[in-house]
Design a protein around this ligand. Structure first.
Ligand SMILES: Nc1ncnc2c1ncn2[C@@H]1O[C@H](COP(=O)(O)OP(=O)(O)OP(=O)(O)O)[C@@H](O)[C@H]1O
Length: 201
């Protein structure tokens, strides 16, 4: 494995944001990126799935073969990786470095198992961890229905998973430095912003 550019990563510590599906991560991050257009970056993930029409290698994803993917796993080149629907997905150290080397803060929007992997990576410098929580499972359910993008069955699955994630976030094993409860969106946005860019930004 190539040595990690810890200097760049420590100077621009990545932020890991996690939270149940529907807790508001995309809504809040979109606003943060709009308010600070030059400050952040999303890393480009690796995947073994085939590109869809309009997707470009290195832009939406780094499209790689299964062999290349597993080789990188072997060489500890990912901070986190997982398999969904028969395809592999992962965030490489290099993709995070690329953002940090541009002087930007890399934002990693990842799910619970990925959070555990990042936190336990043997030599990747520790990022800052933030958990975005819905005020309750009842309100999360209303928001998922309101978003109108998920089928009934998907909503039930997301709610079950949300319960697991919220229990994990509140357990002593979770790496989160801060939990923001997304009740009032404006208040939650300000809290996330303060955690990420500091009070005076
Ligand atoms: N504080 C809030 N009050 C009311 N509605 C909200 C609030 N925050 C977010 N929402 C709404 O809840 C829905 C889910 O938010 P969003 O899509 O940002 O969640 P997410 O965490 O990014 O989900 P996923 O992980 O599935 O991408 C959206 O319709 C959004 O407009």
């Amino acid at each position: 494995m190539a040595p990690i550019d810890t200097h760049a990563i420590e100077a621009n510590r990545p932020i890991v944001i996690s939270g149940p599906s529907g807790s508001g991560k995309s809504t809040i991050l979109k606003r943060l990126f709009e308010e600070y257009p030059d400050k952040f970056g999303f890393s480009v993930s690796h995947t073994t799935r085939a590109p869809r029409a309009g997707e470009q290698d290195g832009r939406e994803y780094n499209f790689v073969t299964k062999e290349a993917f597993l080789d990188l796993v072997e060489h500890k080149g990912f901070v986190e990786h997982a398999q969904f629907g028969g395809n592999h997905y992962g965030t490489s150290i290099k993709a995070i470095e690329d953002i940090a080397e541009k002087g930007r803060i890399c934002i990693l929007d990842i799910e619970m198992e990925g959070v555990k992997q990042v936190a336990n990576h043997p030599n990747f410098p520790k990022p800052r961890f933030l958990f975005l929580s819905p005020p309750s499972l009842e309100i999360l359910e209303q928001r998922l229905r309101g978003r109108a993008t998920d089928k009934e069955e998907a909503i039930a699955k997301r709610l079950n998973q949300a319960k697991v994630e919220m229990e994990f976030a509140e357990s002593g094993e979770a790496p989160h430095e801060k939990i923001v409860v997304n009740d009032d969106l404006e208040k939650a946005y300000q809290e996330v912003k303060e955690f990420i860019v500091g009070k005076d930004a």
